[in-house]
Design a protein around this ligand. Structure first.
Ligand code: CP
Length: 319
């Protein structure tokens, strides 16, 4: 059974086919004859946290692939009242063809995948957000690739540098570190002391065959991270579940705000990206969000196309 819990659940060799499929699904969206690989299937979305992009793109994507999306707020099902993850996984596996899960503890998606008998997709945990990273990488590749094949798209990422600023210990930072290693990209993260990528992130890199000492660079100097970058990336400073740390985080992270001046220190054609939702005036200034080199809405749109490719691939491997 193929799951998508972390970036490396797709091997490097599988990426060209996946990216080509995302491109094809984007081009054929709404056209007659668009593929329906989920025809007759129901995929459940179990969400414990708020979501706009992920929820809507998965619901629309499953529908467009011919399937039926079934949204389940964790608190509306017995899982929210203490039924075990293992029993939930086994019961839902008798009804649905796949699970898309947004939750806090990453171990929960691993336990659902281990106990159930249908594919599980990680729609964000406190540790990783792989759907976002694959959609982002596809968005970058659309800008950089010299050809239109899946191989050309994937090859266009190799050697490019991402500067990730702000909360460098969050799920998006972890996921981009693993994603950069998978795609052969360089990543430099700049954040406050105490926000270096965790030992858990290093352990994941090592388990997946990457050397944590060379896979990324962490610095407290935002200029160092941004110099020579092809992409300047940031995320909100207060992730879901960290609200009680709001004041302290804003104080510590304000030197890492992506201002026009900081963005100008990257390559002249560097792109600005943000997984959204954005807090304009906090982690990024309005002039950067509005810049012609800000591709935040292409990035959001590509959640749909890349996730459809992921859904179709997992559904095909299930047969
Ligand atoms: N970027 C992202 O995952 O957005 P949502 O929280 O709106 O799903």
């Amino acid at each position: 059974m193929k799951h998508f819990l972390k970036e490396t659940d797709f091997a490097r060799a599988e990426l060209p086919k996946l990216f080509a499929l995302a491109r094809q699904l984007k081009r054929t969206r709404g056209k007659r004859g668009a593929p329906k690989p989920l025809l007759g299937q129901t995929w459940a979305l179990i969400f414990s946290k708020s979501s706009t992009r992920t929820r809507v793109s998965f619901e629309v994507g499953i529908h467009e692939l011919g399937g039926n999306p079934l949204f389940l707020n964790k608190n509306d099902i017995q899982l929210g009242r203490g039924e075990t993850i293992e029993d939930t996984a086994q019961v839902l596996s008798r009804f649905v063809h796949g699970l898309v899960v947004r939750t806090y503890d990453h171990a929960e998606v691993e336990r659902l995948a281990a106990a159930g008998s249908v594919p599980v997709i990680n729609a964000l945990t406190d540790f990783l957000h792989p759907c976002q990273i694959f959609s982002d990488a596809f968005t970058m590749a659309e800008r950089w690739a010299r050809g239109t094949t899946g191989q050309a798209l994937v090859d266009s990422l190799r050697g490019r540098k991402i500067a990730f600023l702000g909360d460098t210990a969050c799920n998006m930072a972890n996921s981009w570190i693993l994603g950069a290693a998978l795609f052969g990209m360089k990543i430099s993260l700049a954040g406050p002391k105490g926000f270096a990528p965790s030992a858990e992130c290093d352990a994941l890199l090592a388990r997946e065959g990457f050397d944590p000492k060379t896979a990324y660079n962490f610095t407290t100097d935002p200029l160092e991270a941004v110099r020579g970058a092809d992409v300047v990336y940031t995320d909100v400073w207060v992730s879901m579940g960290k609200e009680e740390e709001t004041k302290q985080r804003i104080r510590l992270m304000s030197p890492y705000a992506v201002t026009g001046k900081l963005f100008a220190a990257a390559k002249p054609d560097a792109l600005f990206m943000h997984c959204l939702p954005a807090h304009a005036g906090e982690e990024v200034m309005p002039e950067v969000l509005a810049s012609p080199r800000s591709i935040i809405f292409d990035e959001a749109e590509n959640r749909l196309h890349m996730q459809k490719a992921i859904l179709a691939t997992l559904a095909a491997k299930r047969k």
